[in-house]
Design a protein around this ligand. Structure first.
Ligand SMILES: Nc1ncnc2c1ncn2[C@@H]1O[C@H](COP(=O)(O)OP(=O)(O)OP(=O)(O)O)[C@@H](O)[C@H]1O
Ligand SMILES: [Mg+2]
Length: 878
């Protein structure tokens, strides 16, 4: 880990010396010396990190290096800060700083001497060989299924409890220790269509230890109402108080047979909070609970016996271990020998699935050799004897095996609240801002970061919570025991503190509790070492933030959720080191970004979003001063209130959304060539020519989103965009662009309010790579025909609010790969499309708010039953 700290500092020093030497002026020789010393020391750090869990002296040595590096970073950061702030009045105490750096250099000399005394310095020993990542096949959008073993019988017993049993509303609880597979089993049952079809409505929520009742109720309502919620409904729900949400949930469930899963509930208080929202009627409704605490299960329903989940048997552990470790690829010849060792490793996991999958992930990164596997087996022996909480040391084996940059990425998961699902894209940007991601060939740092995440997933240290239509990870999460490990290691390494602001030198702080205990400690204690701040709940007023921005000048990453204010204090402009700023506002009606934000010239990512309606946002005048900006996301869209946005200055910009088009688009954009994501809105017809030229120049563009009112001028997409994968068009189309020619790589297309005519299907169905198509209020024809061989790759088709559509036919051989079809609010469509029975690949059909006769025809004795009887999951919402 110390290697990571020194690595990040070394990068910073190199950048300062090579690119911003003018800032160093009088202290440059000292800084150069510092860099050289650190370079030498860093050579021994990896070796030391590998040994340090065993050897106390080495542990101390590593801590000394880390602390010296932290101190040097503080001195240099503060010095550069002063230089930046005093550009005009150049009074800087060079000699003082020089002396401080000199002191650190002498300290590092002593540390170096100790290195040889501890028998280190063998530069050759670079640890384990790393196996390249085996990427999982890209897959269609489905719930992430784990390679489940051995719980068929358990699933059967519990599904009988859910489906059968008495009429009264009862709780069915699964209890057992952490990592035993309760959530896995609950998920299997929740996704089982044979269970689900018995219930009128189903919903799932995670509770965790630090839960907010309001959020939980909101999640459940959203889950139940599913596709029927409009954006206005969501805004309304978000503004509701707990009691109102509880009433709303009660109302949704009343009179219906429901199936609710409450995953990971910790206390009887939590149950007391939520139970009032569930109507008690004799309708065979079921509430499934998973908990580590038997008493909570009993308390929730004294009449039902909790189901005690068992440990895996040795054979099952081996089955699971081999699935994870071998990934279906076995080297010739040595399976028998490997099996023997593997069974031994599996046995040492004592039947705990979490331990098995994490060790399996670790083995998957090793050479498939008896020697390597035995080495892992032996280390389990050693660790099991230690500590009270047996599982953590086993999980730590996998952590210890990570290269240092992945260690930092893994520890970052400690910053997020328990059981939360984390946006992969945001995570990549944070890692980049932190300096964890290493340059590699021609790839962007964000692309390299994606590989880091995939490796953590392959090692089973991180889980996929949601995939995109093309198989990419959209959201991820971390198991609570692995989070516990991350928190522990992060604290040990002064990497991050969670909910604690004691005087430490930790570089990061995450606040995930609702308690306001921090306020005082923050005010008294100058946590000047903190570089990254994460805050999930807001107990603090704006004065607090003002003073925080004034005092914590060295902040590099800020992530704030649920911000209840409508202003950002001017003091934010003090944070000149800021690289990542993500503020999610809650309920703000009007937001003004302060002009002082112009100072944030190190900013790489700026994300401002609000969950309630549009924010009239007067935007930063000098945004082009943020030369390092890579991602600018303002949602809803913002209007730059300057005549000429000098966007061309932002040569690193990769994603820009959503921004209103104005005269600025007439500027020169020849330098702006890194754009991969672009979102524009406004009356685009007014700027056809400059827009067309602007978009045409974006050769790397992967995602384009255009929203235009009253009309969408299709001419603006006229040059070939080779890389374009996703296209969103919102607004009436005069005609469909010749997509096959301009965007041959298109995989996702969303059309909203387009008013397409009947012949457009013939164009769309020929897009060779299209995986996802959504037509929302976009088809004005009465008839729709999908021809043989049409839509060859399409996996998801959503059609909604096409109110003129009466007649839809699917020829045999069309939709050869369709797995999900959603039909919503097509009020004149009286029946399931003719020919749907030919689409044998269909896995899920969702039908929402269709006319009554449409629903009548799909009943078992109905005329359309034959068209859908082969579909495993049919969801209907009247
Ligand atoms: N039967 C199983 N087959 C395959 N993998 C399993 C099985 N049960 C659990 N796992 C794996 O073990 C991990 C931990 O399981 P799970 O999250 O279900 O535990 P849990 O009992 O809910 O723990 P906690 O009490 O901490 O919530 C899962 O991520 C999954 O990968
Ligand atoms: Mg669980």
């Amino acid at each position: 880990m110390a290697e990571g700290v020194v690595g990040v500092l070394l990068n910073k020093l190199c950048e300062l010396i090579e690119k911003e030497a003018h800032l160093l002026a009088g202290v440059k020789p000292n800084v150069k010396l510092l860099r050289e010393k650190l370079e030498w020391i860093s050579l021994s750090l990896e070796e030391a990190d590998n040994k340090c869990s065993k050897d106390k002296e080495i542990k101390l040595w590593v801590a000394q290096v880390r602390d010296a590096a932290f101190e040097a970073e503080d001195i240099i950061d503060q010095y550069v800060y002063k230089v930046q702030k005093n550009r005009i009045n150049r009074w800087i105490p060079f000699h003082k700083i020089g002396k401080k750096i000199q002191e650190i250099n002498s300290r590092l000399d002593k540390i170096s001497e100790n290195r040889s005394k501890l028998g280190m310095g063998n530069v050759e020993d670079k640890g384990e060989p790393s196996v390249p990542i085996i990427r999982k096949e890209k897959r269609s959008p489905s719930v992430e299924e784990v390679d489940i073993v051995g719980i068929e019988d358990e699933a059967k017993i519990i599904s009988n409890m859910l489906i059968g049993g008495g009429a009264r509303t009862s709780a069915v609880s699964i209890v057992g220790m952490g990592g035993l597979g309760k959530t896995t089993l609950a998920k299997k049952l929740y996704n089982d269509i044979h269970v689900k079809r018995h219930f009128k409505c189903c919903a799932w929520t995670y509770v965790s230890q630090e839960f907010m009742l309001g959020d939980l109720l909101y999640d459940l309502i959203k889950c139940i109402k599913f596709k029927t919620l409009s954006s206005d409904d969501i805004v309304k729900l978000k503004s509701m108080k707990e009691e109102e949400l509880s009433g709303e949930l009660f109302h949704c469930l009343k009179g219906r047979r429901y199936f609710i899963v409450i995953d990971d509930i910790w206390s009887t208080d939590a149950w007391d909070g939520i139970k009032a929202s569930f109507p008690i009627e004799n309708k065979r409704s079921r509430i499934m609970i998973t908990t580590r605490n038997r008493d909570v299960a009993k308390y929730a329903d004294p009449q039902s016996k909790p189901y005690e989940l068992r440990l895996l048997k040795d054979e099952e552990s081996w089955e699971l271990l081999s699935k994870k470790a071998l990934l279906g690829v076995v080297n010739d010849g040595n399976l028998d020998e490997l099996e023997e060792v593997g069974k031994d490793v599996a046995k040492r996991c004592r039947g705990l699935p979490l331990a098995v999958v994490v060790l399996g992930g670790l083995l998957s990164r090793k050479e498939q050799s008896v020697y390597e596997w035995k080495k892992v087996g032996k280390s389990i022996d050693w660790h099991l004897d230690e500590g009270q909480n047996q599982i953590l040391p086993i999980l730590a084996l996998s952590y210890n095996d990570l290269p240092y940059y992945l260690k930092m990425c893994f520890l970052y998961f400690a910053a997020f609240p328990e059981d939360s699902s984390i946006s992969a894209t945001e995570l990549f940007r944070m890692w980049v801002a932190e300096g964890f991601v290493q340059e590699r060939g021609g790839e962007t740092l964000e692309e390299v970061a994606e590989d880091y995440l995939l490796e953590l997933i392959q090692r089973s240290l991180v889980q996929v919570a949601k995939r995109r239509f093309n198989g990419q990870v959209n959201k991820c999460r971390i198991h609570d025991l692995l989070r516990e490990l991350a928190i522990k290691k992060a604290k040990e390494n002064q990497f991050l503190n969670v909910n604690s602001v004691n005087a430490t030198i930790a570089r990061r702080l995450s606040i995930t509790t609702h308690s306001d205990i921090f306020k005082d400690s923050f005010e008294n204690h100058s946590a000047k070492h903190i570089r990254s701040l994460f805050c999930s709940f807001f107990q603090f007023d704006n004065c607090f933030w003002k003073s925080l921005y004034r005092r914590f000048k060295l902040l590099r990453v800020i992530q704030l959720d649920n911000v209840p204010f409508s202003t950002i204090p001017d003091e934010i402009g003090n944070l000149i080191y800021l690289r990542y700023l993500n503020m999610k506002f809650k309920g703000t009606r009007c937001l003004k970004l302060p002009a002082t934000m112009d100072n944030l010239y190190n900013l790489q990512t700026l994300i401002i979003s609000c969950n309630r309606g549009p924010i009239p946002l007067s935007f930063v005048h000098g945004i082009w001063k943020m030369r390092k900006l890579r991602h600018l996301h303002i949602n809803p869209s913002c209007s730059p209130n300057v005549k000429h946005m000098k966007l061309n200055e932002l040569t690193n910009l990769q994603s820009l959304s959503l921004i209103k088009v104005g005269k600025w688009i007439m500027g020169d954009f020849d330098k702006l060539a890194s754009l991969r994501t672009l979102g524009l809105d406004g009356n685009l017809s007014l700027y056809q020519a400059p827009l067309s030229s602007f978009i045409g120049k974006q050769e790397n563009l992967k995602s384009l989103s255009l929203s235009s009112s009253p009309q969408m001028p299709t001419q603006i997409i006229s040059s070939r965009l080779h890389e374009l994968e996703k296209l969103f068009l919102d607004g009436r189309l005069e005609r469909l662009p010749t997509l096959q020619e301009v965007a041959p790589s298109l995989t996702k297309l969303v059309l909203k309010d387009s008013g397409l005519l009947e012949d457009s299907m013939a164009v769309l169905e020929k897009l060779p790579k299209l995986l996802f198509l959504e037509l929302n209020k976009s088809y004005s024809g009465k008839k729709m025909c999908c021809a043989t061989k049409g839509f060859p790759m399409l996996a998801v088709f959503k059609i909604s609010s096409c109110s003129d559509l009466e007649d839809w036919a699917i020829e045999e051989g069309a939709f050869a790969n369709l797995s999900n079809l959603n039909i919503h609010r097509c009020s004149k469509l009286k029946m399931i499309p003719e020919g749907l029975h030919h689409v044998t690949t269909l896995q899920k059909l969702v039908l929402v708010q269709q006319p009554p006769e449409f629903f009548d025809r799909i009943q078992k004795d109905g005329l359309d039953w034959f068209k859908i009887q082969h579909v495993p999951s049919v969801v209907t919402i009247a």
